[in-house]
Ligand binder design. Structure first.
Ligand SMILES: O=C(O)CCC(=O)/C=C/C=C(\O)C(=O)O
Ligand SMILES: [Fe+2]
Length: 313
């Protein structure tokens, strides 16, 4: 088996509230490098770790993580809707391998996913049906969150289980880094919002459009200097990247949920997807981070990063 990892931030504001052209050009160059890296590796399977933003998972049942054997995208923020090209056989084999390793994995036979999953597939592969994928939801939004050490352990178990498939596997993490976008919070929510977060009533197209417009407006306000959301934290973001670059993802095991939220904002927990991806790669052997791009992009409400890493064997 050979393996690589890629981490890619996502933002619903890409293309809707863009930064200056030189910033876009720098991001494009980094993404082009990641695409070339993936093309030359030619993965036979992509294990995609991504969060959800109350489109697929709700408080009625909110697992810390969940692996899908089928998945459908809702098409939020202009992202593609429809079925992902899930490799059901590989997904089942990995799920069994993870359960055998003592991780209490939830399994979905038809997961609903949103831009968190779709954006990296569109950006890196040109669509949601271009490559065999095993989608793994990692909760990075809905509190309370369990210890990050469990996400690292999940990534390790998935890496070991994937290694048994003897294929070229890309472990891909979607999200982060520090950012505090307007994602609804259950605690203190008005009853109508709380009910939607718990039950998951699908929004009408008008409700979805209004919600998305609110996020776009929040991005404009944030870039104009609104202080309602906590600032992007490049120091913390680079600490996250340094830790993943060290080849020792287990160093995150003593990071507390409170510290991560205080440093990186309410959605900083999306870095759990990166931690899982790099832990999976580490489970297959030593690795090297081969490229690393970082920029604070207020227009996208994102500490935005792209990184690639390759296993040494
Ligand atoms: O307001 C809503 O209901 C949805 C908001 C939302 O989905 C925001 C998503 C933001 C990100 O995915 C991000 O910045 O990582
Ligand atoms: Fe997100």
């Amino acid at each position: 088996m050979s393996a690589v990892a890629v981490g890619l931030s996502h933002s619903p504001l890409i293309g809707k509230n863009d930064p200056a052209p030189d910033v876009i050009a720098a991001v494009d160059t980094a993404v082009d490098e990641a695409r070339a890296f993936i093309r030359s590796f030619d993965p036979e399977l992509v294990v995609l770790y991504a969060p959800d933003h109350y489109n697929g998972f709700f408080y009625k049942e909110m697992p810390p993580f969940c692996l899908a054997t089928e998945a459908n995208a809702v098409g939020d923020f202009g992202s593609a809707a429809g079925p992902l090209s899930v490799d059901t056989e590989a997904a089942r084999a990995i799920a069994l391998g993870v359960l055998d390793r003592g991780i209490d994995l939830t399994i979905s036979a038809r997961m609903t996913v949103d831009h968190g999953f779709v954006q990296p597939l569109e950006i890196l592969f040109g669509g949601i049906d271009q490559v065999p994928v095993v989608p793994v939801f990692v909760n990075g939004v809905a509190t309370p969150l369990g210890p990050v050490s469990r996400i690292r352990a999940l990534g390790t178990a998935i890496g070991e289980a994937a290694a048994a498939l003897d294929r070229r596997v890309l472990f891909l993490g979607s999200g982060g880094l520090s950012h505090d976008p307007p994602v609804p919070v259950l605690e203190g929510a008005p009853p109508r919002v709380a009910d939607a977060l718990i039950e998951g009533h699908p929004p009408t197209p008008e409700q979805r459009a209004r919600g998305e417009q609110r996020v776009v407006q929040a991005g404009r306000d944030y870039a104009a200097g609104s202080t309602a959301m906590i600032p992007i934290n490049p120091t913390w973001d680079n600490l996250v990247l340094d830790t993943l670059a060290s080849g020792r993802p287990e160093d995150v095991d003593d990071w507390s949920v409170e510290w991560m939220g205080a440093e990186g904002g309410g959605s900083a927990h999306e870095v759990r997807t990166w931690i899982a991806a790099f832990a999976s790669l580490a489970a297959t052997g030593k690795y090297q981070m081969t490229s690393r791009f970082y920029r604070a992009i207020p227009e996208w409400i994102a500490g935005f990063a792209v990184a690639t890493a390759v296993g040494e064997r």
